[in-house]
Design a protein. Structure first.
Length: 561
């Protein structure tokens, strides 16, 4: 994927290149993308996907897709299926290398017994609260469990009985025996196994003890002979524990490398908080176009090519930072500008009657599909006596710098003719209901043979040919760049939700070619932005989502015609 390659060599790729030069891994590059199947992927995961699969592709290696499914109470095949779908949608293929941590449960269990035999693990019968209290603080050592001195044989017996299901949840845990005074608190006898009588989405009721993520993750990497275990910075503190397990067991020991997470302004990446938004009804579901899940971005009309290009652009560093949402939107615009065909749509219609155009007559005009892509060709657009234009494109008493339509003013209709406003009809409240104009037949195609110029070009739709549609306009989900910043301590982050993040326009008017568009089709509505057909759309009820607005300079160019 060339678009995901960074403009410069980042520190992760430098490590990989140095290892290839020294032959550290016998010339191998083996990475993995290891999601937990307890939620839907978001754009932060896309960065990790692009990095792991991208590095493997760039250096002739391989990348596995592995589900770290060690918590049966939060995991589901629904998430497994959605993750595979999202990875494929982004453009990556794990080929025959689909794995699960649960594939290795027996091996991971046997390694735990080996640590017990080495007197490096023991069964602890304290409660979780007691274990937490005994860990100490960063400046005070922990307190050893009263069960730390159990014999190897007693620990093996208890651990095997835990596996056999003899004990209820919470009775015992298996802990690594490291150092309760260690300066690194994670190495103060961390938990390796806990009892959970819960059905696993793959292994069913075969197991009633499950390894912790910290224990299973590194051992799963080892089984798969991973060379570079790439993860985000929050796991940097876990690396000493990752290393300790591999060294204590004397097994294949991958190198863990941490990089910065992807954070965006005006949005939220926390799985827990996204779940709160969905369950609380603040958004319409996991594929709501306002949230950063890949399902939501796909529904909004984002392209995998643009997301890969964005991930390549932001790169990887050792410092967490927040990227402006505008950078992502610019990548979407750049991609859609090349691929999206142009169409005309009117979101707030007001009628124009061309009084000198024959009644009952219509004609087909030629319109360019995409000026950035000559191969896209042209289409026919019907023109008639009655047209829809945007209400904001007309003013009864326009100010000096308003260059669009007004009484006595001449403008160009995109791909059509010059028209001049001759009169206006308003209702009892002064609302414009109809605009009467004349057209110049000599300006067909949008240019005047006598060379006269106009200062505005308007988009339009023929009234008798228009396709009524629902259009959804999206804005930032949060009103502030950092949703966590609240002015009132009595409020939480949800107080920053933007009540105007979705505007539904029920009666937009579209040119007829849009009537045959299907789910996922993307277009630029001229002067309005980029739009795609929503999953809710039917032939009888078209629905379009605005993916992103146009750049300011693009809007100005469209206005100038």
């Amino acid at each position: 994927m060339n678009e995901s390659a960074p403009a410069h060599r980042d520190f992760v790729r430098q490590i990989v290149e140095d290892d290839l030069k020294t032959g550290k891994w016998d010339g191998r590059v083996q990475t993995r993308f290891p999601p937990e199947p307890n939620g839907y992927l978001h754009i932060g995961h896309a960065k990790s996907i692009c990095l792991n699969f991208g590095i493997a592709a760039e250096y002739g290696g391989k990348c596995n897709l592995r589900f770290d499914d060690t918590n049966p109470e939060k995991e589901d095949t629904e998430y497994v299926d959605s993750i595979m779908e999202d990875v494929r949608w982004l453009g990556f293929d794990w080929e025959d290398r689909l794995f699960y941590a649960s594939d290795y449960f027996e091996q991971i269990y046997q390694w735990a017994e080996e640590l017990i035999r080495q007197d490096k693990a023991y069964v602890c019968s304290q409660s979780l609260d007691e274990i937490r209290a005994g860990r100490g603080t960063p400046v005070e050592p922990g307190v050893s469990s009263p069960w730390r001195s159990r014999s190897v044989q007693e620990n093996l017996d208890l651990f095997r009985r835990m596996r056999a299901g003899e004990f209820p949840d919470g009775t015992h845990v298996l802990r690594a025996k490291i150092d309760m005074a260690h300066r690194h608190m994670l190495l103060r006898d961390p938990i390796m196994y806990r009892i959970r009588h819960a059905e696993h989405h793959r292994t069913g009721n075969q197991w009633c003890i499950y390894p912790t993520y910290d224990y299973a993750h590194g051992q799963s990497d080892s089984v798969e002979k991973i060379t570079h275990s790439i993860c985000t910075l929050e796991f940097e503190n876990h690396r000493p524990l990752y290393d300790w397990y591999c060294q204590a067991l004397g097994i294949h020991h991958p190198q863990q490398i941490e990089f910065n997470r992807l954070n965006l302004t005006y949005t939220m990446m926390s799985k827990r908080r996204l779940l709160e938004l969905v369950k609380g009804g603040y958004v319409r579901g996991w594929d709501d176009p306002r949230i950063p899940t890949l399902r939501g971005l796909r529904r909004r009309g984002y392209t995998p090519e643009a997301i890969r290009a964005f991930c390549g652009y932001v790169g990887v560093t050792k410092h967490n930072a927040t990227m402006d949402m505008g950078v992502l939107e610019n990548h979407i615009r750049t991609d859609l500008n090349k691929r999206a065909e142009r169409r005309m749509a009117v979101l707030d219609p007001v009628k124009v009657v061309i009084t000198n155009y024959p009644e009952g007559q219509s004609e087909e005009l030629s319109a360019v599909n995409n000026p950035e892509d000559a191969a896209a060709g042209t289409r026919s657009v019907p023109f008639s006596r009655e047209l829809w234009i945007e209400r904001e494109d007309f003013m009864v008493d326009p100010p000096k710098k308003f260059f669009r339509l007004g009484p006595g003013r001449e403008v160009r209709l995109r791909w059509a003719y010059f028209i001049t406003c001759t009169s206006v009809i308003t209702d009892s409240q002064g609302q414009v209901t109809e605009i009467h104009c004349t057209y110049d037949p000599a300006t067909k195609g949008g240019d005047a043979p006598d060379g006269r110029k106009v200062k505005a070009t308007l988009h339009w739709v023929s009234v008798p040919h228009a396709v009524p549609a629902e259009v959804r306009l999206y804005d930032h989900l949060f009103r502030t760049e950092d949703p966590d910043e609240v002015s009132d301590p009595a409020l939480d982050w949800k107080s920053n939700l933007n009540p105007g993040s979705m505007q539904i326009i029920p009666h937009a008017m579209l040119e007829p070619s849009l009537g045959s568009a299907t789910h996922g089709d993307r277009f630029q509505f001229e002067r309005l932005g980029y739009f795609c057909v929503d999953a809710d759309a039917t032939p009888e009820h078209p629905v379009f989502n605005r993916t992103v607005t146009l750049k300011d300079q693009w809007a100005k160019e469209q206005t100038k015609g």
